[in-house]
Structure formats: C-alpha cells, structure tokens
Design a protein around this ligand. Structure first.
Ligand SMILES: Cc1cc2nc3c(=O)[nH]c(=O)nc-3n(C[C@H](O)[C@H](O)[C@H](O)COP(=O)(O)OP(=O)(O)OC[C@H]3O[C@@H](n4cnc5c(N)ncnc54)[C@H](O)[C@@H]3O)c2cc1C
Length: 619
C-alpha cells in the first residue's frame, strides 16, 4: 500500500460524474458560486462519457413554452400516466418549468438544432421530442463544464463517499482512484452532487460472451449513482421500477424517430396488429390504465412479451412502406448515424435493408435508471414552493444525507427527464448546493486521515487479493483464493436474471424467488471481499461490480416489498399479478443501515399536485 501515491483536494462543490447531469451541475454551480471551488470527477473523460457519449438524434424533453406547445403541467400528466400513476410530481414539474432554458443554452453553444421550415420552431419528432444533429452533444456540454470548474478530473472512479465525523449524517467528500496511474484521490468537500448515471449489466444481458457489450444501455453505467448513497444510508425510492426497452434487435437502435417521425408501426410474424389482441387480458391486470393515451411504455412491452410467449414472434417494425420515401429513408439511416452506428453495422452484417426487409425488434434485459421511462433512484427533497412536507427538507434535490445532492439518473420518482431534463436537474441541484454552503450548513466538517486511510486499504484490496492468490491459479483464470470481476459479474447477472425478473423467466418473479435471490446476493457480497484485480483496469471492474451488487440488493428488496404487478412489461410478481391501487398507489422508500447492512422499507404517499392545484383553483 505504501507505493500508492495519495492526492488531497479540498473544495466546496464536488460533482461526481460528468455526464448530462454532472455537466449541468458544474456549469450552474459556477453561476451561483462565483468564488467557490468547484471540482468535477469523472470515471471516463467528460468529452465522451455517459449515456450520451455517442451523441443523440433527439432531445426528448422540451416543453416549447415560448410557442405554447406544452406546459409543465402537461409533462407531469404525461410522466404520471406513463409510470402508471406513480411519480414525484413536484420534481417533475420543477424540472419541466426549467428545461426549456437549458435547451436554449445548448442552441446558443452551437448544438445543431433542426428547425421546422414553415414555423421556424424546433422541429418536433413527437409531442416532447425535438430533433438535433447531435453527434457532438456531449463535447458541447462538456465544454461548458470545463469552463466552469476549477478542475475536471478524468479517469477517476469514485468508490466511496466520505462522511463528516463531527455531525452525524452529513457528507464530507468522496474518494476514488485513477485507473491509469493507480493514484489514490481524496476529495474533501462541503457538498457532493452525485450524478453518476444508472445501472446496466446487473441483469444478464441478451448478448453474452463476445457480444456482451451489446446492450441498449451504456455498458459502463454501473450503478455508482445508487451504491454511493445507499452505502452511507441515504433513502432510495422506486428501485423496483426497472426499465425494459423495446428496440431493434441486436443493435438496440432507437425506435422513437421511427414511430413518431417515420410513422412506422409494429406487427407480429403473421402481419397482425398484436397489441389489440392483448387488450382484454391487459385490462384484467391493470384496469383502466390500458385505456390511457398514450399507452404506457410498460403496457406496450407487455403485449410484445405476451405475443412472443404465445408464439407470434418475431415481432417486426414495418419499415418497408416508409422507406420508399427517399427523405424518410435518409432520416431513418441518419437516426442511427448520430447515436447508434452499431445498428447500421448489425443490419449490414445480417443482410437487412429496411427498405425491403422489416427488421426484428426485441425487448431488452432490465436496467435501473432515473431519467428515462422509469424513475428508480434517491429519495430527494423537492423545491420549497411546490413540495408537501413529506417531500421537503430544506434544499432542492438534497438526499436524506445532509450536503449530499443528486441529479439525473441518481434521482428517483421523476421520470422522462432524459438528456435535457438531467442537465436541468444538475443545474437545480447545484443551485441548492451553493445555497447550502452560503447558509453556513457546511461548517466545521471533520474528515480524519483515518477515514481516508481505511478507504484506501479497502479500495486496493482486490490488487492485494490477486497478488497473493495468483500463485494458486489452478488453470486459466481459476484460483481457489479469489474470483475475478467478470466471474463475479456473471454470477450477479444470473442471480438477478433468474430470481428477480430478467429475461430467463420472461421478467417473472415472486416472493419465494426474491427471497432466494436475496440469500444468493448476500453470499455474493461475502465473496466479493475476495475479488481479485490484476491491474488498475480490473480494479475499476471490481469496484463497478461491487456497486452493481449493492444496487441489485436494493432493487431486490424493493421488488419484494411491492406486492403487486404495477408495471407489467417491466416485470411481473406472479404471486400478485394485478395492479393494486387500493394498497399500492404509493411510492416505496428504502434505507440500508450502513452499520448492519440491513434494509428497511416503507411506503410514502403519492401527491397528485398538478391536478389538486387545478381543482383548488377551480373551486
Ligand atoms: C441508449 C440511450 C438512448 C437515449 N436516448 C436519448 C435521446 O434520444 N434523447 C434524450 O434526450 N435522452 C436520451 N437518453 C437519456 C439520457 O441519455 C439520460 O437521461 C442522461 O444521460 C442521464 O444523465 P446522467 O448525468 O444522470 O447520466 P449520464 O449522462 O450517463 O452520466 C453519468 C456519468 O457518471 C460517470 N460515472 C459513473 N460512475 C462513476 C464513478 N463511480 N465515478 C466517477 N464518475 C462516474 C459516467 O462515466 C458518466 O459520465 C438515452 C439514454 C440511453 C441509455
């Protein structure tokens, strides 16, 4: 351990993760905190990191209030409907009322926006989406962050949060290591904003072996956004609400532009509209929610999954009609070139020209996210002007740990933020974090050298495990003394896949399976003490795995707690197959005790703030 060099950095605002939310937070922190020291720490390189690394073809959340296209209330109703009634409306409204200003800045900063030739408005793909030439989206927002921060640290994986030893339940910074140099980094900070993205690869992916990286969600999103707060006892919400995506098979290319802009549609292998076939059965499960417009994402998945189980697959996207129009054909291909080049390559390799062949669709393995058509994440305070007492404890987007803030995929309860809404939420969190400092809430934080040294020892232990254990390798990579990160990851993925509602069981689980899953996860945690890393890259893999495992435990506990099937098509509780509004029209909230590692669960009320406000105004 003596060989590892340690760097100390003291700062005011520490942003963990420089993706969409992290760049927004870094930018905004400077606006409000001109004289503060602002640091952003990123696992990759902020120019090309996070879910937007490859670029995007559409900004999925833009109200268009300047042209009266939508109002924040409309967006709240939309997100509420899509999530089967359960969202934090205060958070959604707060994001929606600010998101347009963030998009206008992207425009100013040089992001090429498509315009409607007749109106001059941003070109709409759908009600909420506007189209961009977005290959350079991420470098553009990264530049704003770089100009705002005192320093950006790339290639540092944050592994743990530091806690104040003077005042209970107050954050004190974070630690991590540089995976190129191996150096240990201690960031003592007055506030920390976690913006580390969601979690892929906790469930076994459809593509395994050589194709393992082929997932819809970025394979490098490893759940740090959840594991870091969970480990220090922050409350989490809706962690059972994992998302399953219906996308083009094998390349996971986007379908939004195809449905919305190209007006393509889906059919089963016999050319039938399979969605209407499952209407009655779905109504049995969820009641009137199936009659809502637009049909909630999970319910569309449900029809797809049921049709496939019933033997109606493969399900196809009908592209052969739209692609006869040369303009739409170009849009169809460009849609991939700006964000998922891999899909075009997959089609070429499978001899698919969508002008002549209707490509297959698939449903993905589940992912954990807080910003897409899903809302897993941390339980945070809302804004003071909107949030009821249960949702408000002083500072917007502050977790239940003082001084610890979140944004983007980190924050639970607020779906459909997407890239622009995550950036916006980063801005909101940063503004509140600066206020927290200015209100003198972060005075006299004490982080001892011992705390930092203890983490240092823990972080580098996988290297030690390997160094000692490699002498016992019995063949290939097999050692009786340690498991490699990939072995641990595959074990985790199988547990989640087979017991917690992955593809192996067509997303089905029940209390008995979950109970067994929890036991297996606990034993996995024990064995992860013996994970071995042969170099710094593998050390990162080891810590990614540990963060994924902790996230998975939380997902499983939540799934166990909610005794209903709220989102058929995302997962099913076979022992409680119906949606149960009487008992479960609520949010689920968990807390893991950092001392014992035990989770406790509770219900929190759902307030339909938007329509309650309107009802009051009308009366
Ligand atoms: C496949 C896909 C397609 C999408 N398409 C669209 C679209 O068309 N339009 C749209 O508007 N939105 C789209 N989205 C949504 C959008 O990408 C997300 O909402 C947004 O990126 C979330 O922002 P975030 O900052 O929370 O996470 P991210 O942008 O993913 O950023 C997280 C950052 O944290 C870093 N990080 C992770 N762990 C650590 C750690 N331990 N230490 C340090 N750094 C860490 C990561 O490297 C990353 O840079 C899409 C998302 C996906 C996955």
């Amino acid at each position: 351990m003596a060989k590892v060099k340690t760097h100390y950095e003291d700062c005011d605002v520490l942003v963990v993760g420089g993706g969409m939310a992290g760049t927004g937070a870094t930018f905004e922190a400077r606006h409000w905190g001109r004289d503060l020291k602002i640091i952003c720490v990123e696992k990759a390189n902020i120019d090309r990191s996070g879910a937007v690394a490859q670029g995007l073809y559409a900004i999925n959340c833009y109200m268009g209030m300047q042209w009266d296209e939508n109002q924040p209330e409309d967006h709240v109703r939309y997100a509420r409907n899509d999530l089967m009634g359960l969202v934090r409306e205060d958070l959604g409204y707060d994001m929606a009322r600010h998101v347009d200003s963030a998009v206008h800045m992207f425009d100013e900063w040089g992001l090429p926006m498509m315009k409607d030739e007749k109106t001059g408005h941003y070109l709409r793909e759908g009600k909420w989406q506007i189209m961009i030439h977005g290959e350079s989206y991420k470098p553009i927002v990264a530049e704003a962050a770089k100009k705002s921060a005192d320093k950006i640290y790339n290639r540092i994986m944050v592994t743990h949060l530091l806690m104040d030893e003077e005042k209970e339940n107050r954050v004190g910074g974070a630690v991590g290591f540089n995976m190129r140099t191996g150096d240990y980094h201690v960031f003592r900070a007055k506030t920390v904003i976690v913006a580390a993205g969601g979690a892929s690869h906790i469930f076994k992916p459809r593509a395994v072996g050589e194709g393992m990286g082929r997932t819809w969600y970025a394979p490098w999103s490893n759940g740090s956004a959840y594991a870091l707060p969970i480990a220090v006892g922050a409350k989490m919400t809706q962690m059972e609400n994992r998302i399953v995506l219906c996308r083009f098979k094998d390349g996971y290319g986007p379908v939004g532009a195809y449905f919305l802009h190209l007006k393509t549609y889906t059919q089963n292998a016999n050319g039938e509209n399979y969605e209407e076939k499952w209407y009655d059965q779905t109504k049995e499960l969820v009641g009137e929610y199936i009659d809502h417009h637009p049909t909630p994402t999970c319910l569309r998945n449900h029809a797809f999954i049921q049709e496939t189980i019933a033997g109606g697959g493969p399900i196809q996207m009908v592209t052969t009609e739209a692609f006869q129009d040369p303009h739409l054909e170009t849009v169809g291909w460009e849609n991939f070139l700006g964000m998922t080049v891999g899909q075009a390559v997959v089609w070429a390799s499978q001899n698919i020209d969508p002008k002549y062949t209707n490509p297959e669709l698939t449903t993905s393995e589940p992912y954990v996210m807080g910003s897409h058509a899903t809302c897993s994440g941390a339980w945070v305070s809302g804004p003071e002007d909107l949030s009821p007492p249960e949702y408000f404890w002083g500072y917007n987007r502050m977790l239940t740990v003082d001084g610890l803030f979140g944004a983007g995929d980190t924050v639970g309860g607020s779906a459909h933020k997407f890239s622009s809404g995550s950036f916006t939420e980063g801005r909101l969190a940063a503004k509140a974090a600066v206020k927290y400092i200015q209100d003198q809430k972060a005075e006299n934080i004490k982080v001892t050298d011992k705390q930092c040294e203890d983490f240092k020892e823990a972080i580098y232990k996988p290297l030690e495990n390997y160094t000692v254990g490699q002498n016992e390798i019995t063949g290939g990579t097999v050692s009786p003394s340690y498991i490699s990160p990939i072995q641990g990851l595959q074990r985790l993925q199988r547990i989640m896949d087979e017991y917690v509602g992955g593809i192996a069981t067509n997303y089905m689980t029940n209390a008995n399976m979950l109970k067994r899953g929890l036991e297996l996860l606990e034993w996995l945690q024990e064995d992860l003490e013996n994970v071995g890393a042969e170099d710094y890259h593998q050390l990162m893999r080891a810590w990614e795995l540990k963060h994924r495992a902790l996230t998975s435990q939380c997902v499983t506990e939540h799934t166990m707690f909610r005794e209903e099937t709220r989102w058929p098509g995302y997962y099913y509780r076979g022992d409680h197959m119906k949606l149960d509004d009487e008992n479960w029209h609520c949010l689920t909230v968990s807390r893991r005790d950092p001392k014992t590692g035990k989770f406790t669960m509770e219900k929190a009320p759902v307030y339909h703030i938007v329509d309650e406000k309107e009802k009051k105004e009308a009366s």
